[in-house]
Write a protein that binds this ligand. Structure first.
Ligand code: ATP
Ligand code: MG
Length: 428
């Protein structure tokens, strides 16, 4: 026997019990996105590496150490497994001139790849649902994104969550703050950790949101970006907060919240929880008014967010029964005999055409052993066909989940009988 192969570290399989719950979650999410008028966009999982180094920023965790990048053997093109979705979405919108006629409300959903140390809530392949509103300048869209998040968390019944909010101002405001921040951090140069020392001159803002408690203490005394905001940025920030108060969405302003990707300006936000240990943030986003131009498009404002599906799923499923199937068939079809098998095979298709789910028994065995399988399938009814039934063109149906007599019916009567019981529909 050859050695057993295993999947890659940090890249997980979703077995049927879990995958069904993912599908249920995805269905809820899709309805939620539609109720706000967002439309899907699907982009490739591989992109040119330059998209992320330019889009996400050279001096970010993602680009410095987390990307899966390689060179195409023939073309020598440099490519990267997407670590996030915004850059791809913007690339596609520019490439296909989607912003030409009107602003766009878009969403995507799918796997992202980052080379990180795997732990609970942190994987190397993980999934995000992302929402992007492109071509909108006003604070109402920032607020719409936050309010729509809140609705989803409420629908899912998430508890112990908090909304953190900040404004990063515009490039010139950040530049003025940057000088002061560097001067402040230089005073602590010897106490900065490795990341802090490295970022002091390349990306000092990022030192502020370090997860290292010693760095947090230094960050607490640092000059606050909000003190450098000009009139327009302040007005935008105030307007977002007004709308949140209007919608009764509680929030906390966190002046240390800067986000790990370089493209943000003005509004940034994170949804955090106390229930996932170190992986506290399960959804994050903000405004990125310069990214579209930075990636070669005509300048246009934009705003968006992404949630980590694994983390949201963990919060949602907490306290729920997560073993066993979520979906069970309406019918398990048992049959014995040659004529019976042919009749049953046709009957299964007829029942499916009427809108019911049918598991057709495969693999032979006597009625008793087939009925055992029918029971453990979770089906609501067993439909039973022997050669006698087949010869008279009828099938027997027997309730498996409740008391009830077995009845024999012709196919048309059988589907009507099922409709009445499963959907409460009376036949005309
Ligand atoms: P973290 O600080 O936890 O590393 P991040 O700031 O790198 O998160 P973003 O790039 O903002 O994360 O991505 C948005 C969301 O995607 C996160 O809030 C999180 O829920 C999820 N996410 C990010 N990285 C991972 C990962 N490696 N595994 C699982 N989920 C992740
Ligand atoms: Mg990260």
């Amino acid at each position: 026997m050859s050695t057993k192969l295993q999947g890659l570290r940090g890249m997980n399989d979703l077995l049927p019990d879990e995958a069904e719950r993912w599908e249920a979650f995805e269905a809820i999410v899709r309805d939620w996105l539609k109720s706000y008028g967002y439309r899907p966009i699907r982009t490739p999982i591989l992109e040119p590496t330059a998209l992320f180094s330019r889009g996400v920023g050279e001096h970010t965790d993602i680009v410095e150490k987390e990307m899966y990048s390689f060179e195409d053997r023939l073309s020598e093109e440099k490519m990267t497994l997407r670590p996030e979705g915004t850059a791809s979405c913007v690339r596609s919108v520019i490439e296909h001139s989607l912003l030409f006629a009107q602003p766009q409300r878009l969403y995507y959903s799918g796997p992202m790849f980052r080379h990180e140390r795997p732990q609970k809530g942190r994987y190397r392949q993980f999934n995000q649902v992302g929402v992007e509103a492109l071509g909108f300048a006003g604070p109402d869209i920032d607020a719409e994104h936050i309010v729509m998040c809140r609705r989803l968390w409420d629908d899912l019944g998430l508890e112990d969550i908090e909304l953190q909010l900040n404004s990063l101002g515009d490039a010139s405001e950040r530049a003025r703050h940057r000088g002061e921040l560097i001067a402040y951090l230089e005073k602590y140069q010897d106490s900065l950790d490795e990341d802090g020392k490295r970022r002091l001159y390349t990306n000092p803002l990022r030192v502020l949101d370090s997860k290292n408690p010693a760095m947090q203490e230094i960050a607490d005394g640092a000059p606050k970006l909000t003190a450098y905001l000009g009139e327009e940025s302040l007005r935008h920030f105030e307007a977002v907060q007004d709308l949140l108060r209007e919608a009764a969405v509680p929030y906390r302003i966190n002046p240390r919240l800067v986000r790990g990707l370089d493209y943000y300006n003005r509004t940034v936000f994170e949804w955090t929880t106390t229930r996932l240990g170190a992986q506290a943030t399960f959804c994050a986003g903000g405004r990125y008014d310069s990214l579209i131009a930075q990636l070669g498009g005509r300048e246009a404002p934009a705003c968006g967010f992404a949630m980590g599906m694994e983390r949201v799923m963990m919060l949602w499923l907490e306290g729920q029964e997560v073993n066993g199937p979520l979906e069970t068939p309406d019918i398990y079809l048992v049959h014995q005999g040659e004529a019976a098998q042919k009749f049953a095979f046709r009957l299964a298709e007829q029942i499916r055409s009427a809108g019911f789910s049918v598991v057709f028994h495969c693999g032979g065995g006597n009625f008793k052993s087939q009925m055992k399988k029918a029971n453990s399938s979770g089906a609501t009814y067993a439909v039973i066909v022997g050669d006698n039934e087949a010869n008279s063109g009828v099938a027997a149906v027997k309730p498996l989940r409740e008391e009830g007599e077995q009845v024999s019916l012709v196919p048309e009567a059988l589907t009507e009988w099922l409709a009445e019981r499963l959907y409460g529909v009376e036949a005309d």
